[in-house]
Design a protein around this ligand. Structure first.
Ligand code: NAP
Length: 246
């Protein structure tokens, strides 16, 4: 049974008509970057809760989650409508194994996301660990339309801070947009365009993380297996660590 803390909305930033970020003030929650908490609201006398990854840096004053409005989803619709000062329940404990301490390898870290799956990577990239462990870090964010490329100023700051070690590629699949890649991630892995674009190759010392749409995760994993990479399991370490969002 979850133990609930009382949180208050500090900011509800709407990026598009379906994407939003909730910043909440709440008592300190200890977590490792990449983990998730549950958010809950009481709806018609019933507490409805769902897990959401934390986007903020561990140790920061407020917590932040990046969410999408789910068609027919009761909770995401209510959360999207919240205003500063409104109450949200937050699970006392964070959970999950989609963290860098579960990842092996040290050459290049490939962080591949679709949609809101970019959230946990933004938290990881605020910590020292990836920058100390990996020679190169590639953040790849696949969305259908340009307007869904959230958190661009945070990403630009990382590019300024780590101009050699860090690469970001936006992937926009349903609009032709200069400066972005235009095919789905598995295609970009299969046809070599991703590696070409980043001037890097997948090898046994690479670490790949996949987060977001479960079909994207499954298709990328299949493509990476074709390249000789293996799924990372606690009982059998491999190069590819996955988190499915639904
Ligand atoms: P999405 O459909 O996951 O698309 C995001 C990106 O992933 C797009 O570039 C898309 O390419 C690509 N993609 C989709 N399937 C792929 C595959 N099999 N292989 C490789 N790339 C793939 O968009 P989203 O907005 O994040 O989520 C879609 C829907 O899922 C939303 O309506 C949302 O409400 C619902 N949903 C989300 C959650 C959640 O927790 N995030 C939970 C439940 C339901 P294309 O443009 O080519 O499709």
């Amino acid at each position: 049974m979850a133990q609930w803390l009382q949180g208050r909305v500090v900011e509800n930033q709407h990026w598009t008509d379906t994407l939003f970020s909730l910043r909440l003030s709440v008592a300190a929650i200890e977590f490792v970057a990449g983990q998730f908490i549950s958010l809950a609201l009481d709806v018609e006398g019933e507490r409805i809760a769902r897990p959401y990854s934390l986007v903020n840096a561990p140790g920061s004053d407020d917590i932040e989650c990046y969410l999408v409005l789910v068609p027919d989803g009761i909770l995401s619709k209510k959360l999207m409508q919240l205003n500063p000062g409104d109450e949200v329940f937050v699970s006392q404990r964070a959970s999950g194994f989609f963290t860098l301490d579960e990842v092996v390898g040290h050459h290049s870290l490939w962080l591949m996301a679709s949609g809101t799956g970019i959230g946990p990577y933004l938290s990881m990239l605020t910590t020292d660990e990836p920058w100390q462990r990996f020679n190169r870090i590639h953040l790849l964010h696949s969305v259908s339309k340009q307007a869904q490329l959230a958190y661009s100023s945070l990403i630009e700051n990382l590019q300024r801070q780590y101009p050699v070690q860090f690469n970001y590629r936006a992937i926009v699949t349903r609009e032709n947009l200069a400066g972005t890649l235009g095919q789905r991630l598995p295609t970009l892995i299969d046809n070599g365009v991703l590696e070409q674009s980043l001037n890097d190759t997948f090898d046994s010392q690479s670490a790949v993380m996949l987060c977001g749409n479960p079909d994207m995760v499954a298709d990328c994993l299949a493509s990476l297996k074709q390249r000789g990479l293996q799924k990372n399991l606690r009982r059998k370490p491999g190069q590819v660590t996955v988190e499915r969002y639904w």
